[in-house]
Write a protein that binds this ligand. Structure first.
Ligand code: SF4
Length: 336
């Protein structure tokens, strides 16, 4: 099997789960809360994923299966409808379906199980901010379509399986009606694939959307953004974030100064009393000597300018510069 065969086998595995109906025929619970234009465009155009993204998706799914097994070990016979017997729930009139990772038998009624994996950074964000809106939409859609009254979301860090969090979600009929409304709006596009619904940049998925170039709503926003025009709601959100950043940074400065002071005081005490290491109640304080070999680019430029210029590389960075009425905050590199 050459690498092209392997690639198409991976693509087939991602696009089609033999236990579920073909995904291009309906809107899934995980898709109903995201931008409808990108969801339907992906079903019609089926863009090629790069091998790294395919690998990440398959690895994520394999890990989710692993976590389902861990939940099964914890819940025993209380966990049903997983793996080979995973259920598909279908809306009675709309092309709208859900495939929860399992059903948990509860004393006051059953619930859905949904397993999610996240990078360590995303895990931390969800830990402090709670589940993102599109996960809540997914679980509400699963509960509404399956008729179950509650959901358990198990979130696991991909870098460290021991980092695991659970979220309990209760069914909200209003939320489900809102999602049904979205699925109803998307339904005609499954029959007429010649056109696409309008883009929904406010859903927050434009950053890695493969259809961004052809999306009128995204392009209009980009153009407006070039002239500093942003929707009022985004402007207000940015204003609040910039204001909070200013407050946090002003609180940070005294802490940084105190950190430096304390380190200097500890260092000078150890040096004055010629102590290498001391055991304390809360840990140890130790003077560690280390050496570092550095390369002087300036010297090389002076000694061998031609060689130096041959290996010069130019990198481009995009920096965030925030100007407040009090001045300019330091530039923070955001991308390279
Ligand atoms: S660019 Fe944004 S609004 Fe446009 S289709 Fe993609 S996700 Fe939707």
């Amino acid at each position: 099997m050459n690498h092209l065969n392997i690639r198409s086998a991976l693509k087939l595995r991602i696009e089609h789960n033999p236990r579920q109906s073909p995904r291009h025929l309906y809107i899934g619970a995980s898709e109903v809360g995201t931008c409808q234009r990108s969801v339907i465009a992906a079903k019609i155009q089926r863009p090629d994923l790069d091998p790294a993204s395919m690998g990440r998706m398959l690895a994520g799914r394999a890990l989710e299966n692993e976590v389902v097994q861990l939940v099964r070990a914890a819940l025993g016979s209380k966990l049903r409808d997983t793996g080979r017997v995973q259920r598909e729930f279908e809306h009675p009139t709309l092309p709208f379906r859900a495939h929860p990772d399992g059903r948990i038998i509860g004393e006051k009624g059953d619930g859905v199980l949904e397993v999610k994996t996240a990078s360590a950074a995303t895990f931390k964000r969800y830990q402090s901010d709670g589940l993102p809106q599109h996960y809540l939409d997914q679980v509400q859609a699963q509960m509404g379509l399956s008729g179950l009254g509650w959901g358990l979301v198990v979130l696991v860090s991909r870098e460290n399986l021991a980092e695991m969090m659970t979220f309990h979600v209760t069914f909200s009929p209003d939320h489900f009606r809102f999602l049904e409304g979205r699925a109803r709006k998307a339904a005609p596009y499954f029959e007429d694939s010649a056109c696409l619904p309008p883009g929904e940049p406010d859903r927050g998925f434009c950053f890695n959307c493969p259809f961004a170039l052809d999306c009128p709503e995204h392009q209009a926003l980009r153009k407006a953004g070039e002239h500093g025009e942003v929707p009022e709601v985004i402007r207000l959100q940015l204003s609040a974030q910039v204001e909070e950043l200013g407050i946090v940074e002003s609180q940070l400065k005294p802490l940084e100064q105190r950190t430096t002071e304390l380190r200097d005081q500890i260092k000078s005490t150890l040096t004055n009393y010629m102590i290498d290491k001391v055991n304390l109640d809360g840990g140890t304080a130790q003077m560690v000597t280390s050496s570092r070999t550095s390369f002087s680019a300036k010297d090389l430029q002076r000694e061998a300018p031609e060689l130096y210029s041959r290996y010069l590389k130019t990198s481009t960075f995009t920096n965030l510069r925030i100007t407040s009425r009090k001045g300019v905050s330091p530039c923070l590199p955001t991308a390279s």
